[in-house]
Design a protein around this ligand. Structure first.
Ligand SMILES: Nc1nc2c(ncn2[C@@H]2O[C@H](COP(=O)(O)OP(=O)(O)OP(=O)(O)O)[C@@H](O)[C@H]2O)c(=O)[nH]1
Ligand SMILES: [Mg+2]
Length: 268
């Protein structure tokens, strides 16, 4: 059996690995009664599942994604309670993916292509209640998808399919941007369960105007074909809405991730 990186083999991974081993043993015992092609196919799928399981499925990868200056890095810091991501006035600020993990996930971060010096681990033991429910979370701060820097978009496009939950961070000025709706959101119809939208910088909007702004975002999402995507309001600066966002992320962590669902489907 392939040795697992020690941080990858949590209970979910181990359970799936047991099933892989059972199926491999069944093929060893009874494979000669099946057509060669079928056995080869089955062995190939099992080996692909094993490869993904080597990274572990006990983590949930959540990415903050959105246009430049919407506040992805600021929200990353607010959610993690750390000041690890660079927040700047210069646009764009973030050019490489930054990760915070609640529990180690080095093999997974290697796979995601996060540079070692852009990783930080949350010391959850020190945090009391605020971090409960986030164990297993890998939070990513991505570069801007609408960047003047071409390579930023390439980083975003490479990572999107690897993420379990996409948190689209929009701001009151640019939420209707075509690069977001036509370039990305409309291509994600069918993935409503794996995404949410956050209107950040809500502190800059008069209280009386916030409701209509949120309704306008919901309207645009309906036009994109994404009627069921939840929309949250938050301010990374004041902290408003951050606990609710953290709770939504905790629910995703408690649910099964994309890699786990895929492995299960394959084994089924
Ligand atoms: N008023 C207010 N300002 C915010 C908020 N969130 C972020 N900012 C400011 O907006 C600017 C951009 O924030 P960043 O967190 O760097 O934004 P980003 O989305 O990571 O930007 P890129 O890395 O360039 O894509 C900074 O000056 C922040 O201080 C917020 O909730 N309210
Ligand atoms: Mg940033």
């Amino acid at each position: 059996m392939t040795a697992l990186p020690s941080d990858a083999a949590g209970p979910r991974t181990r359970g799936l690995l047991h099933r892989v081993r059972d199926l491999e043993e069944a093929l060893d015992r009874g494979g000669d009664r099946l057509p060669d092609d079928a056995v080869l196919d089955a062995r190939r799928s099992l080996s692909a599942v094993r490869e993904r399981l080597a990274l572990g499925v006990d983590h949930t990868v959540v990415a903050l994604v959105g246009g430049t200056g919407s506040g992805k890095s600021s929200l990353f810091n607010a959610l993690s309670g750390l000041k690890f991501a660079d927040v700047g006035a210069r646009r764009p600020t973030t050019s490489t993916v930054t990760a915070c993990t609640w529990g180690g996930a080095d093999a997974l971060l290697d796979w995601l292509g996060v540079a070692p010096d852009r990783r930080i681990e949350r010391e959850s033991a020190l945090d009391g209640d605020t971090q409960v429910g986030l164990r297993g979370l890998v939070l990513l701060d991505l570069p801007d998808h609408d960047s003047v820097a071409q390579e930023h978009r390439a980083v975003v496009d490479r990572l999107l399919p690897m993420v379990d939950l996409l948190v689209w961070v929009v701001d009151p000025q640019k939420y209707a941007d075509d690069a977001l709706h036509t370039g990305y959101l409309r291509h994600l119809v069918g993935h409503e369960g794996s995404m949410l939208v956050v209107l950040n910088q809500v502190d800059t909007v008069p209280v009386g105007a916030q409701g209509s702004l949120l309704r306008d975002i919901a309207r645009l999402l309906r036009e994109d074909g994404l009627a069921d995507v939840p929309v949250h309001a938050a301010s990374a600066t004041t902290g408003d809405g951050v606990p609710v966002l953290r709770a939504a992320i905790a629910r995703a962590v408690a649910g099964r991730g994309q890699a786990e669902r895929r492995a299960e489907a394959e084994l089924g």
